[in-house]
Design a protein around this ligand. Structure first.
Ligand SMILES: [Zn+2]
Ligand SMILES: [Zn+2]
Length: 769
């Protein structure tokens, strides 16, 4: 099949083919502490022995070692925590287990799995916002396996700890599923919610504390990430011993477009500035053509596209070309549409599994049923942001005994470009790490307030909350939130502190449907200027809305449902000053720094771009106030002499630094799971605080979220990948696949692609490993 697909262009778009061989599972014995009753329960569900990694992780946890299992999709991570948890519940009729999932749906799924084992006396129950009041008390008293989410733990269980005292006193295990989701500011909040949980367990007499079992997607250094999240020493089990089918995995780079005929550049943009050059065929078009080809060959194919609108573009265009070839064949392709009910989605999945439908275009894996696996081919349109999601999507392909196909189609983006030319970054050992920063003062302060409202804080507690807790408590006393007494620090107010786990930096902005007044969700204050300006296309759970107005004073954006065929991209202008330096590396003409900075940024305009082609429709001005942000940045400086020696003309220095900055931001997700809104940048030929040519990259959240810190720690690897991505891009003067950024407030001007390579060479040749 692949051979046929790659012949469709004059040049071969495939940059790499990886054969992921089929693997036999490595079974292990049931550990001897697993009782006959438990073995029989699993036997009834068709599990006759664990895989070795499951037994290993379960054994560590059973003996009280905190552990994270970081293995692939469908490798059976749940058995690793169910075994020690259920064995303990069986052996000790009073013990309890708390399970945390990022979504209610996953918790419900896991509850069904535990309930299906039919083990007496466990009484698993979901406890979340949907749980009827009448059932809550029964659950608190009688369930020994409670499944919930961090928000419920934060807003419900911990503030009401007295009602949970019996449960907390006997808490044997805390299971944290999909723990890689807890990253950035959200992850930093969850880290403190877990510390608050540990504190309450200790207060109710569980002195040695529960054992934590974490399940994570594969990532760089899961033990360290688990340790940061829980504040405990966590062992990692990373070798996947479950069986899998063989997959041929191709990396695909859409071909360069022929140069524009001069007549095409007729339509003038309302704001005159250089546009993003479109150099390559769009990933959506390419995916649509591939889908048409596989369907024409009778191959059952699932195409992953980042937005629902994009998924529809892919399906529609594939249908059209199929109907042109064989009238009626287009009917074998469908897209998940906004507004489909769960049953309708399951029906589409069944049709695809049975071959009535041959092609389906969809957004991410979360809305797909877990049963939709064993397909012949999976097309992934654009890198989904993390390796975990990439493998989750690719993992839908492959039936035992049959070779399946997976294709990653690169978008116009520096990271995608890098990955399709560097298969080792996709198929080798993972480097991207889940980062969070529990020491962020903007998270720590509010969390300590929550803790104090639950029970007065003592000096011993401060140690639990880690670095910065003392200062944060003193600041809360200063602000009048806490009162210090000889016995500790007391929350002074009647009502509990209002703390949102998913945001930092100002009150969240509510997104309200104008016609119905329905609250769709909230966006944190910082991101609202980017995501909710008037005219913005806002995606909520895959459904598309257009913003009518943003009222910052009321903290509210009015939207209406609409599916325009363009996307919007806000641009900001930024200034920055250095507040303090936390750490630095003096490398001769080059300096690398980590520290606090004050950033002032203003969203000034937005671009509308055609979804199907990426073509820029226009750029429209915006009138939004500037925002101030104290955060953490990584920056490097170079001496003007070193740049001159490297052949960067003084006139090119601003463009060289600017291009290096864009590419470096684009490659940051390679070392830290972040997305575009998490990161900002600034470059200048001379900065007043550094008095040298400087490139800054900063965390886009007040107080920082760990991204800049990880970039500083991995600086050489990060910038080496950046240099390679720029140098290897086939364009001549720079394009969105290397040095142009859709988010640039300066309209991608000036930019020097050759200059960026020289800048990065100077840094890399001086920086120690
Ligand atoms: Zn390029
Ligand atoms: Zn820029």
């Amino acid at each position: 099949m692949l051979r046929r697909l790659r012949q469709r262009h004059g040049t071969d778009p495939v940059t790499h083919v990886e054969r992921v061989p089929p693997r036999d599972g490595v079974p292990a014995q049931w550990p001897d502490w697993v009782s006959e009753e438990l073995r029989l329960a699993y036997g009834r569900r068709g599990v006759n022995s664990p895989w070795r990694h499951q037994a290993e992780a379960a054994g560590l946890a059973f003996h009280g070692q905190h552990v994270v299992v970081a293995t692939g999709t469908a490798s059976g991570k749940s058995l690793a925590y169910q075994l020690p948890a259920l064995a303990t519940l069986l052996a000790d009729p009073r013990a309890t287990v708390l399970y945390l999932a990022p979504t209610k749906a996953l918790a419900a799924d896991q509850m069904r799995a535990v309930a299906a084992l039919e083990i007496e006396g466990v009484r698993p129950a979901c406890y979340d916002g949907d749980t009827p009041r009448a059932e809550r008390e029964w659950i608190r008293r009688h369930s020994r396996f409670v499944l919930t989410n961090p928000d419920m733990l934060h807003h419900g269980i911990l503030p009401g700890h007295a009602q949970w005292s019996g449960f907390l006193r006997r808490l044997a295990y805390v299971v944290i599923d999909e723990c890689h989701v807890y990253r950035g500011v959200f992850g930093s909040h969850v880290a403190h919610v877990l510390r608050r949980l540990r504190r309450q367990c200790a207060r109710y007499g569980r002195a040695d504390g529960p054992t934590f079992v974490l399940a994570s997607a594969t990532s760089g250094d899961p033990a360290a990430a688990g340790g940061r999240l829980t504040g405990l020493s966590v062992a990692a089990v990373t070798e996947d011993t479950s069986p899998r089918a063989g997959v041929t995995f191709a990396l695909w780079e859409p071909p360069l477009l022929p140069p524009d005929p001069p007549a095409a550049a007729a339509a003038p943009a309302p704001v005159a500035e250089p546009d993003l050059t479109q150099v390559r065929r769009s990933a959506l078009r390419e995916t649509a053509d591939l889908l048409a080809d596989t369907v024409a060959a009778g191959v059952r194919t699932l195409a992953f596209v980042r937005s629902r609108r994009g998924a529809e573009v892919v399906a529609t265009s594939a249908r059209r070309s199929l109907d042109e070839a064989v009238p009626g064949l287009g009917g074998r392709v469908a897209a998940y549409r906004a507004g489909y009910l769960r049953e309708e989605r399951r029906e589409l999945e069944r049709a695809l599994l049975h071959g009535d439908l041959l092609g389906l275009a969809s957004t991410n894996a979360l809305e797909l049923g877990v049963d939709l696996i064993g397909l012949d081919a999976v097309l992934i349109c654009g890198y989904p942001g993390t390796r975990a999601s990439l493998w989750q999507q690719a993992g839908r392909a492959g039936r035992s005994g049959q070779e399946a196909l997976a294709v990653l189609v690169a978008r116009d983006d520096p990271l995608d470009t890098y990955l399709v030319h560097h298969p080792e970054a996709v198929f080798g050992a993972p480097v991207e790490a889940t980062v969070l920063d529990p020491a962020n003062a903007y998270v720590l302060g509010p969390q300590l307030a929550c803790a104090a409202a639950e029970a007065p804080l003592t000096t011993a507690d401060l140690e639990l909350f880690g670095a910065g807790a003392k200062e944060a408590v003193e600041a809360l006393v200063q602000a009048g939130a806490l009162r210090q007494r000889p016995t500790g620090w007391y929350w002074r107010h009647r009502e509990r502190p209002e703390v949102d786990l998913r945001g930092a930096g100002g009150a969240p902005v509510c997104v309200v449907e104008a016609a119905t007044g329905r609250l769709l969700g909230t966006v944190d204050g910082g991101s609202s200027h980017f995501l909710l300006h008037s005219g913005a296309v806002y995606l909520h759970q895959g459904v598309s809305y257009v913003v009518d107005s943003l009222d910052l004073a009321d903290g509210c954006a009015l939207v209406h449902p609409a599916e325009p065929d363009w996307s919007t991209h806000a641009r900001d202008v930024t200034s920055l000053s250095v507040v303090s330096v936390r750490s630095y590396v003096d490398a001769g003409p080059v300096g690398m720094f980590l520290g606090e900075v004050d950033v002032t940024s203003q969203v000034v305009s937005y671009q509308r771009r055609r979804i199907a082609t990426g073509e820029v429709i226009d750029t429209r001005p915006l009138d939004l106030p500037a925002r101030e942000l104290r955060t953490v940045a990584v920056w490097f400086t170079l001496s003007p002499e070193s740049l001159a020696t490297a052949g960067v003309d003084p006139a090119d220095v601003p463009g060289a630094l600017h291009a290096a900055e864009h590419a470096a931001i684009g490659l940051l997700p390679l070392v830290a799971t972040s997305d575009r809104w998490d990161i900002g940048g600034l470059s200048t030929a001379v900065h007043p605080d550094t008095e040298a040519p400087t490139v800054f990259v900063y965390d886009g959240h007040p107080g920082g979220a760990g991204f800049a810190e990880r970039a500083y720690g991995m600086a050489a690897a990060w910038l080496r990948a950046t240099r390679v991505a720029v140098a290897e891009c086939g364009c001549e003067t720079g394009c969105p696949s290397c040095v142009q950024s859709p988010k640039c407030g300066n309209g991608n001007n000036p930019l020097s692609k050759p200059g960026a390579i020289r800048v990065l060479d100077v840094v890399l040749s001086n920086l120690p490993e």
